[in-house]
Write a protein that binds this ligand. Structure first.
Ligand SMILES: Cc1cc2nc3c(=O)[nH]c(=O)nc-3n(C[C@H](O)[C@H](O)[C@H](O)COP(=O)(O)OP(=O)(O)OC[C@H]3O[C@@H](n4cnc5c(N)ncnc54)[C@H](O)[C@@H]3O)c2cc1C
Length: 477
């Protein structure tokens, strides 16, 4: 079956955070679109997701109340050693002052499945197609066509690959770039993969056994292994009914692990052999078993938290990262993990995908491009706005990962200095720089940044949108 849209249409492949946010923006801006997702239905997978610098965007698109109801504000991050002795804390703000006071907004932490559910609930069912794994793409001067594994094809004006780290849209686009001799040399290199990771979200927990879960803010507790090159993370989530849940993550530094086990015949343990191609449920148990008897900073042992997690929600993945230089070609453009896959340690993956969705929707709204020339101009504008941030976030997350996993004297010294001796003014400076530029959706009413920090830059409302606002005001009179 072939489906071709009559007017210009944006084909969005992947219903993760980036794809769903872009779809919601297209819905708000009356930009014709369709979403194609390979899963049969919403997948309730993933752990806690930290959202930074984007609350005003949730307010603009009208999901702020729901996000607030499902999230706790980030309070701080505490690095503990294996015996639960605190090595230091990081608050991403001046001590004693909340982000709300300074920047007008908090940084919510929520379960990934909750965010996906909220975004998907705003997309009309006839525009969100599940069970559509895109396997091939074809583009020419006038249109782009996708083919799904069920043999259906769809054509549109623009194809957006928001299909995650192993993007098939990227792979197809790179084949074309390669054959035309346009491929950036580093893009041909495989992603860097140094860590394995298992994530999950528990079911509702009893606060009698876990009193720390009653705390208002989400305080990350991260334990760094002494005998194992691993970390285990606990992120208290909000109570949305039966009791608070806990998002958790276990990571393993494979280079250090292999070095540690060299000669013992243990280096090729099957826990490092899992599929790196998707968030599959396989091979998680073996990694969990390595830490299950360790004390847990929320109470009891790590195994208790794992036991309280529905088995189908525990997933293992190889963590990889890479910043790609080619983001667009012809009528195809990439967004989110498809073009800037970062390690989760900086807590930036979802926020970056959402901000990129806003940047792309902004250029598409102003003048929905149709000719190849217009399309290329729009893609370049989007790339110029977002690529610097993408590179910075990939690099920053890698450095944070190093800081968290480096073992021995050097690692301990870096952490102690980094977390305990950095002066308050320097933390504030970094935090201000991070919040300095906060772009808006240019075709929806802007929010006002309250807070004591007022020098935040933003973009300007769309001329087209301002004209439509004037028109409707005139009609109303
Ligand atoms: C199941 C899962 C769990 C995650 N858990 C966490 C977590 O706990 N913490 C964290 O910080 N980050 C997590 N992430 C990553 C985080 O969601 C992303 O870094 C970030 O949100 C960027 O989003 P994205 O839209 O670029 O990609 P993603 O959110 O990864 O979404 C990509 C989507 O594309 C779909 N897709 C892939 N290939 C195809 C295809 N060929 N055809 C159609 N659809 C396709 C996938 O099924 C997925 O829904 C998770 C991602 C996934 C997919």
């Amino acid at each position: 079956m072939t489906e071709k849209q009559s007017g210009p249409t944006v084909l969005i492949v992947g219903a993760g955070t980036g794809g769903l946010m872009l779809a919601l923006l297209c819905e708000k801006g009356n930009i014709p679109y369709m979403v194609f997702e390979k899963s049969r239905a919403l997948r309730p997978l993933g752990s806690a997701i930290a959202l930074n610098k984007i609350n005003h965007l949730f307010e603009q698109v009208g999901i702020m109340e729901e996000v607030e109801a499902c999230s706790k504000s980030f309070g701080g991050l505490h690095l503990l050693d294996q015996d639960l002795y605190c090595q230091g804390s990081f608050y991403a703000r001046a001590p004693g002052v909340s982000n709300k006071e300074t920047y007008g907004y908090t940084s919510p932490v929520m379960a990934r499945p909750d965010l996906i559910r909220i975004l998907a609930s705003r997309i009309p069912a006839d525009k969100l197609h599940y069970n559509k794994r895109v396997i091939a793409t074809q583009q020419d001067e006038n249109q782009v066509t996708i083919t799904c594994s069920d043999n259906t094809t769809y054509s549109g004006t623009i194809l957006v690959g928001t299909d995650g780290a192993y993007s098939s849209i990227r792979q197809n686009m790179f084949k074309e770039l390669e054959s035309e001799g346009l491929m950036h040399s580093s893009d041909a290199e495989p992603m860097q993969s140094d860590y394995d990771c298992v994530v999950g979200v528990t079911g509702p927990m009893d606060t009698k056994d876990y009193p720390l879960l009653k705390e208002e803010l989400c305080e990350f507790k991260i334990v760094m292994g002494k005998t194992l090159p691993m970390t285990w993370w606990f992120m208290p989530l909000v109570d949305i009914g039966l009791g608070p849940r806990v998002g958790w993550m276990i990571t393993k530094d494979n280079t250090a692990w292999n070095k540690m086990n060299k000669g013992s015949g243990n280096s090729k343990d099957s826990s490092t052999q899992g599929s790196n191609s998707d968030w599959s449920a396989n091979a998680a148990k073996e990694m969990c078993d390595l830490v299950k008897d360790m004390p847990c900073p929320l109470g009891g042992v790590v195994g208790d938290i794992i036991d309280k997690t529905p088995k189908e929600q525990i997933t293992k993945v190889v963590l990889e990262d890479k910043f790609y230089h080619n983001w667009y070609h012809g009528r195809t453009v990439l967004l989110g993990d498809a073009c800037h896959k970062m390690l989760p340690f900086g807590g930036m993956g979802a926020s970056m995908a959402i901000m990129s969705a806003v940047a792309l929707a902004n250029v598409l709204y102003e003048d929905l491009p149709t000719t190849q020339e217009e399309v290329t101009k729009a893609f370049k504008e989007y790339y110029d706005e977002r690529s610097g941030w993408g590179q910075q976030s990939v690099d920053g997350s890698r450095k944070t990962g190093y800081l968290m996993h480096k073992q021995g004297f050097v690692g301990n010294m870096i952490r102690r200095i980094g977390l305990n001796w950095i002066p308050t003014w320097l933390i504030k400076k970094g935090s201000d720089a991070y919040n300095e530029y906060r772009p808006h959706v240019v075709f929806l009413p802007f929010t006002t940044f309250t807070g004591t920090y007022q020098s935040g830059r933003t973009n300007t409302p769309s001329k087209r949108w301002l004209a439509t606002q004037k028109e409707s005001a005139a009609i109303a009179i």
